[in-house]
Design a protein around this ligand. Sequence first.
Ligand code: HXC
Length: 261
Amino acid sequence: MKEYNNAIVEIENGTAVVTLNRPQALNALNDELMSEINDIFTDLNQDNSVKVIILTGAGEKSFVAGADIKEMKDLNADEGRRWAEKGETTFLKIEQCEKPVIAAINGFALGGGCEIAMACDIRIAAENAKFGQPEVGLGIIPGFGGTQRMSRLVGRGMAKYLIYTANMIKADEAYRIGLVQKVVPLASLLEEAKSLAQTIIKKSQTAVCFAKDAINRGAEMSMANAMAYEAYIFGMCFGGEDQTEGMNAFVTKAKPNFTGK
Ligand code: HXC
């Protein structure tokens, strides 16, 4: 596995754990780390040994405390736009990765930290997690997809409340509004994420990948087009071995042995 200056990638039992590792800056996203995230997700998407990816932050205090403010503070308008585009492209790569991505959120998930978590498929938060979009307090707006993904995940009203006030919310409130899917003690966060990964890995990876694609692409379409796309993807499932395996296993009362073909 490649070495990175600001991230650690470990692969075990079909799960890649990507740990963003700038604890001196609470894992804030600087330009170098953003490039590394881009490379890591390009590699993991192509790595057949990896079925599920977990994204977390180093240390107990912070998942990601946002984009690096010290690096951003002197940008001009063009540079600001390019920085937002770089983050948007990188987070799209996470969202469009052919494998499920679980965010295991330990501590602060602020600004770009909340935005990278929202680009993941499923979010598990530790009890100490805190979420927020503090950008308007810095004279900027969320620029890594936050204005769009937040609205789509929790609704426009709640997104506007969080973004206009820059208020931080705790894990239980994030769970209540549907921003995260589970809250667990910090000490068991990674184990919970790995256990969720194993639950997914036991299913047909082809079907999981198709489901991700149908959900994500469908969200960009009209209901009628999304239904047509779902039916198309549903039909595609019947071209593969996993559908035969899964349904034969049900009929013969056996356990399916999926190959992802
Ligand atoms: C750069 C950061 C940082 C950040 C923390 N640090 N967040 N450095 N960028 N986003 C650094 C601090 O400067 C400090 O280093 C060290 O990490 C520890 O942080 P402290 O502030 O001392 O810790 P604490 O008092 O516990 O406060 C934690 C905190 C606070 C509440 C999370 O650090 C904070 O408010 N951080 C900024 C959060 C934020 O506004 N994020 C949104 C950024 S804008 P030194 O060396 O100084 O001691 C964004 C835009 C995305 O994300 C879109 C862009 C296009």
